[in-house]
Design a protein around this ligand. Structure first.
Ligand code: FEO
Length: 162
């Protein structure tokens, strides 16, 4: 069964969203690097790589379905933040936004009875649960420890292990 134009277009929009996410995290990594927080910079760089993988997963899926992939323009990400807490809170909010986008794709796939796309999207539903949990738990940790330098240093060292 051929993938619909509407589904192809929605997945192409999501490819852009994944590349935009990658850039947001790469900019966060650069912000942390500049602040001397190497562990957080490393964590965000890994997150950047994961988002590129997500974009590629969608690209490969469209190829598999014989659909046209449109390589998107990437939005310029925000460069500066008040502190580490604001960065991770932004990342957490962003992941919730991405989850809502994935759910809309699932809604469309269900409405179109596109079972192949539903099956592919299940991976992303699970991945988003993990992404929200990862960023959310760092926000909770920073909230619990407070944002003095010592607390940020402890979290920075922990995130170096990712
Ligand atoms: Fe690709 Fe972080 O969602």
């Amino acid at each position: 069964m051929k993938i619909s134009d509407a589904m192809t277009s929605a997945i192409n929009d999501q490819i852009k969203a994944e590349f935009d996410s990658a850039y947001i995290y790469l900019a966060m990594s650069a912000y942390f690097k500049d602040a001397g927080l190497d562990g957080m910079a490393h964590w965000m760089k890994k997150q950047y790589s994961e988002e590129i993988e997500h974009a590629e997963k969608f690209i490969d899926y469209l190829y598999e379905r014989g659909a046209r992939v449109i390589i998107p323009e990437i939005a310029k990400p925000k460069e500066s933040y008040a502190d580490a807490f604001e960065v991770f809170k932004t990342a957490y909010n962003h992941e919730q936004y991405v989850t809502s986008r994935i759910y809309k794709l699932v809604d469309l796939a269900i409405a179109e009875k596109d079972y192949a796309t539903q099956s592919m999207l299940q991976w992303f539903v699970n991945e988003q649960m993990e992404e929200e949990d990862n960023t959310g738990s760092i926000v909770a940790k920073l909230e619990f420890l407070g944002s003095d330098k010592h607390a940020v240093y402890i979290v920075d060292r922990e995130l170096a292990a990712r």
